[in-house]
Design a protein. Structure first.
Length: 149
């Protein structure tokens, strides 16, 4: 029983690490603006719903971090059998590790684009200089604390 609890903690810690990495990558790509990052070819599986009694698939079109710091995305129904339409601004932090890893891989690969023309990028990049140094250390410390070291 204790080993099962330990495994669940490891899985949750891994999920949190991937989530943290996604948010950091989005901040770098968007230069700390609230611009969405457009993803290509990231399809996730929804859980089995009682009213559909079958699997549903969604394509994640955009990902962004909202004002509260939550990872959000715009999801489009991928299966033609269902009329799920598009879900705008849905919080996607509770996705499985595999789905979060697909998002992270897309953010580091050629499967994403970003348009910063409507966003003010002339603001001082807070990741540079002494602020970036201190916050980088703080982020590293928080990662160590989340791992339980």
């Amino acid at each position: 029983m204790a080993q099962n609890i330990q495994i669940n903690d490891i899985v949750e810690n891994t999920r949190q690490e991937i989530l943290f990495a996604i948010k950091e990558r989005i901040a770098v790509l968007t230069r700390s603006t609230n611009a969405p990052v457009q993803l290509k070819k990231v399809v996730i599986r929804d859980t089995i719903c009682s009213h559909h009694d079958s699997l549903r698939y969604f394509e994640i079109k955009n990902v962004f971090v909202d004002e509260g710091g939550s990872l959000c995305g715009d999801l489009a129904g991928k299966d033609d059998r269902f009329s799920d339409g598009i879900l705008f601004g849905k919080i996607i932090e509770d996705l499985t590790i595999g789905d979060l890893k697909m998002i992270l891989d897309a953010l580091y690969g050629d499967d994403c684009t970003i348009d910063l023309t409507d966003y003010n990028i002339n603001m001082i990049d807070r990741r540079e200089g002494i602020y970036g140094f201190l916050m980088g250390k703080k982020a590293g410390i928080s990662r160590i604390l989340r791992r339980g070291a």
